[in-house]
Structures are given as C-alpha cells and as structure tokens.
Design a protein around this ligand. Structure first.
Ligand SMILES: [Zn+2]
Ligand SMILES: [Zn+2]
Length: 179
C-alpha cells in the first residue's frame, strides 16, 4: 500500500468521479449518482435529488484541477478547500470501518464531503511528494485521469477499455510490420 487505506479509497473515488465526465458522461441521472454512492461505499447524508446530483457534477472540474495541479499549487488548493469547509480532522470509527479520518460531520452535504475527503487525501499525496502517482491516460484520445498505486508504477491507462484498445493497436502494428 502506498498510502493509508482511507487515503487510497478517497483518491480512487475522486479519480472515478472525475472520469465520469469523460465522454460519454456517465453521471447524468440521480440513479447513476446513487450507483456511484453504493459502489464507493459512502456513508452519511445522501439526498438522492437533482440538486445533489448537480452539485456532484459541478465538483468534477474542481477535483480535476486539484488532481492535475503541480505540487505547490495542489497544496494551496487543499488549504483553500479545507478552510472553505471549516474542516476539523477527527478520528472516527463507524459501520465496518476501523479508525480513519473525517474532517466534516456526516450530515454535511455529500458533495462537500467528497471535496473534503479528497483534500484530506491530497495532504498525504503532497507531503509524501507522490504527485507523480496522478496523471492523464496514455491514450491520446482519452482525457481520463490515472491514479497509479502500483508498486512498480506501471499503470498508464485510466480504464480496462483504454488498456485493451492500446493492446489491440500494438498487436495490429506488430502484424503490419511482419512481412
Ligand atoms: Zn468514515
Ligand atoms: Zn483512458
């Protein structure tokens, strides 16, 4: 593990959220937001409303900006986001989760908690100088973000679809080279 468990979960969820904005947008309905909620095992307040969905959608460019910034800029953004949310880090243990950090209470709106969780996770990324774990998909036609938590830093593509497309292209190139 590169970072603490809650940091890795928050970073993975943030990248997945940003990547829903890549065409075709896969976060356009309340049902899709609900599925995202379930798949990333969020807890706490969840309104299942259009307004909540819109707020989560509006978060995507904000998080993309944070996750693709250079380290110094990311530090400034993290501080701003945490100050705006009046974040107060507390160790908590709830449901099946062992001690981890929350910096705002579970009754704050879900989009705000995503922002704060991402900012808290980015504290670890910035101070351990691991911004290089974040990048953009190696597929030229894809703007998806990549979070590489592998030991040998081998991850280049944002999704299985992009990995497979690259493998097929490489295979065709080899075939074309064969006389
Ligand atoms: Zn929690
Ligand atoms: Zn991709």
């Amino acid at each position: 593990m590169v970072f603490a468990h809650d940091t890795e979960m928050s970073m993975q969820a943030a990248v997945a959220l940003v990547n829903t904005a890549s065409a075709p947008d896969t976060l356009v309905s309340v049902a899709q937001a609900d599925a995202f909620w379930t798949s990333w095992e969020y807890t706490g307040r969840h309104e299942r409303t259009r307004a909540e969905l819109d707020a989560v959608r509006e978060l995507r460019p904000v998080l993309r900006n944070l996750l693709t910034s250079d380290r110094d800029r990311a530090a400034v953004l993290v501080n701003e986001l945490l100050a705006d949310a009046s974040a107060l880090p507390q160790l908590v243990r709830h449901d099946e989760w062992d001690w981890h950090l929350h910096a705002v209470s579970p009754d704050r709106p879900w989009p705000q908690r995503i922002t704060v969780e991402t900012a808290m996770a980015m504290i670890d990324v910035v101070r351990s100088d691991e911004m290089s774990r974040l990048g953009v998909c190696a597929d030229d036609d894809c703007d998806g973000l990549v979070l590489d938590l592998s030991r040998n830093r081998s991850r280049r593509f944002c999704s299985t679809a992009c990995t497979n497309r690259a493998a097929v292209a490489a295979y065709r190139a080899r075939q074309a080279d064969t006389p």
